[in-house]
Write a protein that binds this ligand. Structure first.
Ligand code: RNT
Ligand code: ZN
Length: 418
């Protein structure tokens, strides 16, 4: 009742600025966020023997108890997370999260290791995305995978990515959907690299080889993810932003931009309306970099608000796929998930509640004071009342009411994991 009353007041305030809160809520329901499977277990995966996150220029810090140790524990966690989120969301699997009873190397995986996931997803009524896992493997230890000058190494990873595409296509087919398959490679070097061009030429050729086998684009879309630097690849990263921008433009693939993969003062939000002048679609890895690509839990900070605002502003005409990418091993992992998804959805709601017509009018008349004042006005509007109303209408706890649920789950489930 209180939620409803607060919502009605908010509705009037927004209406005074020409914003229809009901429409914003309806639009918010259409945003499906791809939840990264890897927050549940710090990017460990379930291969046998298990390959702890290593050699990939990425790092999970912290050792909070209770991480998922098996596929069934992970599924239990994902189900808990999804039960506390408004809307229907997706799960983004990494190739190392298959169901392995024995050792199957990355160049030998297939649908068999993922059929259980597809069946589970069907039962849950959710869709799946996919990722090649080109790190945490002895054949990634040199720091180069697809761009390696060693043909044996390169061919191994090409085969891996090809198999991941086959798996992704099967996922899409079986779920009646388009599976987004993302390729991120850690390739790069710690120090001065003379033949940058050579590695990049090799990478372009290797990617072409990965994508050569024809697959149904109705069921599979391949994305490539750029990066600026990683731990151990401070001087040189083969797959830079410019490299992949050129690659997707010339090859018709999907560009993936991760918020942690640019200079800290660059705005990923501003890149959206730039690259979308030339691309029809885009994949985002929503993250929170602190000083470096630290992959902190996403919160409703300015970079997220800027990003989600641009997603809403540009998304009407273009398709923007939203995936999360962070892994905090120092706090309750279920809470980390929900905090990040809710923050992203709240950002989107804020974007949808923007008094767009008034803002545009002021801007086009050159009334920049009015534009500024309106933007400031929005900050103090009761968007929380709209959010709470939305959550309740979707049958999930509003505001912070889900926190106790997470703590109860910790007590009953995750704290009992050895
Ligand atoms: C690494 C990339 C990549 C990974 C995941 C696990 O810097 O962001 O997306 O985080 O594939
Ligand atoms: Zn990423």
């Amino acid at each position: 009742m209180k939620t409803e009353q607060a919502y009605r007041i908010a509705q009037e305030q927004y209406a005074a600025l020409g914003v229809d809160t009901g429409k914003a809520i309806e639009a918010l329901k259409n945003y499906s966020i791809s939840l990264h499977c890897w927050q549940a277990d710090d990017v460990g995966g379930f291969e046998k023997p298990s390959a702890a996150l290593s050699g990939g220029g990425i790092q999970a810090t912290g050792n909070y108890p209770g991480k998922a140790r098996t596929v069934s524990e992970a599924r239990q966690d994902y189900e808990k997370v999804m039960s506390l989120l408004p809307g229907k969301h997706r799960l983004n699997l990494h190739a190392c999260y298959g169901e392995f009873s024995t050792f199957v190397d990355r160049d030998a995986i297939g649908i068999a290791q993922f059929q259980g996931w597809i069946d589970w997803a069907k039962a849950q009524g959710i869709k799946l995305d996919f990722n090649s896992t080109c790190f945490s493997h002895p054949k990634a230890d040199s720091g180069f995978t697809l761009s390696s000058k060693d043909k044996g190494i390169r061919d191994f990873w090409i085969e891996h990515v090809r198999r991941c595409r086959e798996i992704g296509e099967a996922i899409g087919q079986q779920l009646g959907d388009t599976c987004i398959h993302n390729v991120w490679i850690p390739d790069g070097a710690k120090d001065f690299t003379v033949d940058r061009a050579g590695h990049r030429r090799i990478l372009a050729e290797a990617l072409d080889a990965c994508f050569a086998p024809a697959r149904s684009d109705k069921h599979l879309k391949d994305a490539v993810e750029s990066k600026l630097f990683g731990i151990g690849s401070e001087w040189f990263v083969v797959g830079s932003h410019e490299f992949y921008l050129g690659y997707v433009l010339s090859r018709g693939k999907l560009l993936c931009m991760d918020m942690g993969h640019f200079h800290p003062t660059e705005s990923v939000a501003d890149k959206i309306p730039s690259v979308l002048q030339f691309l029809d679609e885009l994949l985002l890895h929503v993250s929170r970099p602190i000083r470096w690509d630290s992959d902190h839990v996403v919160v409703l900070d300015d970079p997220i608000r800027d990003l989600t605002q641009e997603i809403v502003r540009c998304g009407a005409k273009k398709k923007i796929y939203i995936a999360l990418d962070y892994f905090d091993a120092s706090i309750n992992r279920i809470g980390a998930y929900i905090t990040g998804v809710r923050a992203t959805l709240q950002g989107l709601l804020l974007g949808l509640l923007e008094p767009r017509a008034l803002l545009l009018e002021a801007e086009e008349k050159g009334n920049n004071f009015k534009r500024l004042a309106l933007l400031e006005t929005c900050k103090a509007l009761p968007f929380g009342a709209v959010w709470d109303y939305y959550c309740e209408s979707m049958g999930v706890p509003p505001a912070g009411k889900w926190i106790d649920d997470v703590l109860a789950y910790e007590e009953e489930v995750t704290s009992k994991r050895g």
